[in-house]
Design a protein around this ligand. Structure first.
Ligand code: URA
Length: 242
């Protein structure tokens, strides 16, 4: 690949900026100062240095964020804090984006990457990658609701795919429930709208799993970390299940 692309991919600046750095002699390839941005480099075997520091080439980035409530699932916004504002200066890249959306008040598992192909694979309803949610609900969820969700229901004229509802707790005195819900697609506000469709209301919502990967218990709310190669493999498996 071209040297200027290599440096831009690695976050050293825009193509224009890195061309300037190359012209100034700040970049070496295999210990030779290179002043032409069109120089081709092999990202696996050539040693590219910027200000004498070796650059390890990495094309794709995968982070798992434990999204807190109060931030929006967007890359930039003039008014609201976004999930990318939670990234350190060191890790931030302007090609990172969240894979799908969690509502502003929803917490939990959110993948942040620059790999559009993986994002498509994880979000496409045809691939049926499971998304599991945990929710507190105002109202008593019932076995009838389980059957309705399993059959699929109409949300504003669109039919939902079968979804698996588990009722983990019911408080008759408080008239509240705790549930887990497995979806195979990601319609707008889907969990809240499904619960509303059976006459109850979601009070708290957290995504706890995507495909075969659960939100790690040791990942604090608001923090993120890179996925390991194993985790990435598990996530990217077609039709993955926990
Ligand atoms: N369903 C919702 O209603 N909200 C989310 O954030 C995710 C799924």
């Amino acid at each position: 690949m071209r040297l200027d692309k290599f440096l831009a991919d690695m976050g050293y600046g825009s193509r224009k900026e890195v061309k300037g750095y190359i012209k100034k002699g700040r970049v070496t390839v295999n210990d030779q100062v290179i002043k032409s941005d069109k120089t081709q480099v092999n990202e696996q075997s050539d040693q590219v240095c910027f200000d004498q520091e070796l650059i390890q080439y990495q094309r794709w980035y995968y982070y798992l964020l434990h999204k807190p409530a109060g931030v929006i699932s967007a890359t930039v916004d003039s008014y609201e804090e976004t999930v990318l504002d939670l990234f350190s200066e060191e890790d931030f890249r302007d090609d990172l984006f969240p894979v799908g959306r969690l509502d502003k008040d929803t917490e939990g598992f959110l993948l942040i990457t620059n790999d559009g192909a993986l994002a498509h694979q994880l979000l496409s309803p045809k691939k049926h990658v499971e998304k599991e949610y945990y929710a507190h609900v105002d109202g008593i969820m019932t076995s009838e609701d389980q059957a309705v969700f399993e059959q699929g229901l109409e949300l504003d004229g669109e039919r939902t795919l079968p979804a698996q509802l588990t009722i983990t707790k019911v408080d008759e005195a408080e008239q509240t429930s705790e549930i887990r819900l497995i979806l195979h697609e990601g319609k707008f506000h889907q969990v809240k709208r499904m619960v509303q469709a059976v006459g109850k209301e979601v009070r708290y919502l957290k995504r706890i799993r995507m495909g075969g990967l659960a939100l790690p218990a040791d990942l604090a709310l608001g923090s993120y970390r890179s996925l390991t190669d194993d985790e990435l493999r598990i996530l990217a498996q077609p039709k993955n299940k926990a």
